[in-house]
Design a protein around this ligand. Structure first.
Ligand SMILES: Nc1ncnc2c1ncn2[C@@H]1O[C@H](COP(=O)(O)OP(=O)(O)OP(=O)(O)O)[C@@H](O)[C@H]1O
Ligand SMILES: [Mg+2]
Length: 258
């Protein structure tokens, strides 16, 4: 099972949008069995599920639930299951500070191993919060590779180096950890965007995907409608860009032949 964590300590860069659309495209266009995990107490990715009471990732990280099938929820999209988040993820960091932080760090990796034994899913995608919380570290340590969405402005471009250094420092705990790539989001034609994209492509310590995701109001509209933009407006620019990017990702990650 391939596992990707969608990470950036900056808020509002498109982590959730990327996680949801990646999961949606892999399940619908690529017939993969996909698990989308919401590791953010804001529970934004969880919005694609009907409102309800769910055990959620917090129960796993606290050790209350040891079987992943008590946590997974089917979505309306065939092939796409989810482990939702709830606000209890906020409190976890305070608890973990006094408790067994290592258990929290291992929890998602242990769950991944159980899923691999059962051949339950082909791909797991973890939507991370905008900080290196215990849940975020657990997600990164369970992943083959990290995907970093960034906004195409100068401020975001210059912060990426620090994030890549922090991910590199986690290799002492997870030697195989890679940055799959940097995904430029909310691209639009403007001199500052073009300068910061050029800066990222030249200076970045990690690969930058060729595909960029264009800015369109269809994306926030789809968030309001609680569905992936793929479903809300399949032919808008960002929906098409996400499909092109997933095709690029599958080739670059060796998941299909070019
Ligand atoms: N390509 C795009 N075009 C226009 N708006 C976008 C695009 N991608 C994301 N957005 C909007 O930007 C906002 C932030 O996106 P998103 O929630 O995916 O970011 P995030 O990194 O997950 O944020 P947080 O750090 O708070 O979890 C949302 O309102 C979303 O609808
Ligand atoms: Mg988010």
């Amino acid at each position: 099972m391939r596992t990707f964590a969608i990470v950036n300590r900056k808020g509002g860069v498109g982590k959730t949008t990327t996680a949801v659309n990646l999961a949606y495209v892999l399940a619908t266009s690529c017939q993969q069995r996909v698990l989308l995990v919401d590791a953010d107490g804001q529970a934004n990715a969880t919005q694609i599920l009907p409102k309800g009471e769910y055990a959620g990732l917090g129960a796993l990280l606290r050790g209350y639930v040891m079987c992943y099938d008590e946590l997974t929820v089917h979505t309306d999209v065939e092939g796409l299951d989810m482990i939702p988040a709830a606000e209890d993820l906020w409190a976890l960091d305070l608890e973990a500070a006094g408790g067994d932080r290592n258990r929290v760090y291992r929890a998602i990796r242990d769950m991944r191993e159980a899923m691999e034994e059962d051949d339950a899913y082909d791909v797991m995608i973890i939507d991370c919060p905008p900080n290196l919380s215990a849940a975020c570290v657990s997600a990164i340590l369970a992943s083959d590779a990290v995907i970093i969405p960034v906004l195409s402005d100068a401020c975001s471009a210059t912060g990426v180096g620090e994030l890549i250094d922090q991910i590199a420092s986690m290799r002492s705990l997870h030697p195989g950890l890679r940055v799959s790539g940097i995904l430029i989001n909310q691209w639009h034609r403007s001199p500052v965007v073009e300068d910061s994209v050029a800066y990222l492509r030249e200076e970045s310590l990690a690969p930058v995907y060729d595909t960029v995701i264009r800015r369109t109001d269809k994306v926030p509209e789809s968030s309001w409608a609680r569905v992936a933009v793929q479903e809300y407006s399949p032919w808008c620019s960002a929906a098409r860009d996400y499909r092109a990017w997933v095709a690029e990702l599958l080739v670059k990650e060796g998941m299909i032949n070019e």
